[in-house]
Ligand binder design. Structure first.
Ligand code: ADP
Ligand code: MG
Length: 261
């Protein structure tokens, strides 16, 4: 059974794209057939994996407009053992073009029926908004949402709005959705603030925060400019190790859920 997760936080710069790229890479290196879907018009996951976002075609845009199938748009990245459904800046127009379209919230979900069972994991990188693009991701994410939270002042800001959006999606569009987990990113062990933020988020979302904490690590910020995930760019860096352990934690949790279901 395919696990489909949306990686969401309407705040920008919290580590969504970094998490999607590197979690995908480690799920794949653990032998899981993995598809990364970029549904952000900024297309940072696309370019961060070495795909030219201005040249690639078809993209997620064509999927949402029903001008291409997922099969036609998916690019295999054999060096990283993952497949990507790339994005491009044209995706920013999709919102307007879909405004009166029937079933506009279900476009991605419907399209993914075409690759049903082909992947073990599908991770969707969302834009920093609760727009129709994010709603498409939430509607398709049958196994829930992963929420990266930056270990910074005001980390919790916006999370209640996000939780409400997830609840609305659950009520009207995708009854299966729930918060699969929150991951703390850009942890700075030299500051008390980071530690306090982790405690605060754990208090607010008891049992939902992954034990693995991703440290602030310059290698993670360098890797996208080389078009590589961290397991290739700098496999022994603290950032790489964190994402490797995070992937293992996700896999283990999913197995526990499956055997208890
Ligand atoms: P989002 O997708 O939520 O906007 P990104 O993943 O693009 O966030 O991260 C924002 C910026 O922070 C990027 O420049 C990225 O390279 C950097 N970054 C993300 N995670 C880390 C980390 N753990 N350590 C250092 N830099 C990071
Ligand atoms: Mg991003």
């Amino acid at each position: 059974m395919t696990k489909i997760y949306a990686v969401v936080n309407q705040k920008g710069g919290v580590g969504k794209t970094t998490t999607v790229i590197n979690l995908s890479a480690y799920l794949a290196s653990n032998g899981r057939k993995t598809l990364l879907i970029d549904i952000d018009p900024q297309a940072n996951a696309t370019s961060g994996l070495g795909v030219d976002k201005n040249a690639v075609d078809p993209t997620t845009y064509d999927i949402l407009l029903e001008q291409a199938t997922v099969d036609e748009a998916v690019l295999p990245l054999p060096d990283f053992k993952i497949d990507i459904l790339p994005s491009s800046p044209s995706l920013s127009g999709a919102e307007v073009e879909l405004v009166n379209a029937i079933g506009r919230e279900y476009r991605l979900q419907k399209a993914l029926e075409g690759v049903n069972g082909r992947y073990d994991y599908i991770l969707i990188d969302c834009p920093p908004s609760l727009s129709l693009l994010t709603i498409n991701a939430l509607t398709a994410a049958k196994d829930g949402v992963l929420i990266p939270v930056q270990c910074e002042y005001l980390a919790l800001e916006g999370l209640s709005q996000l939780t409400q959006t997830v609840e609305l999606v659950q009520k009207y569009l995708n009854p299966n959705i729930s918060i699969r987990g929150l991951m703390m990113t850009m942890y700075d062990s030299r500051t008390n603030l980071s530690r306090q933020v982790v405690e605060e988020v754990r208090g607010y979302f008891p049992g939902k925060v992954f034990r693995t904490i991703v440290p602030r690590n310059v290698r993670l910020s360098e890797a996208p400019s080389f078009g590589q995930p961290i397991n290739i760019y700098s496999p022994h860096s603290p950032g790489a190790i964190a994402y490797k352990v995070l992937a293992a934690e996700l896999l283990k949790g999913d197995q526990v859920k499956e055997t208890s279901a």
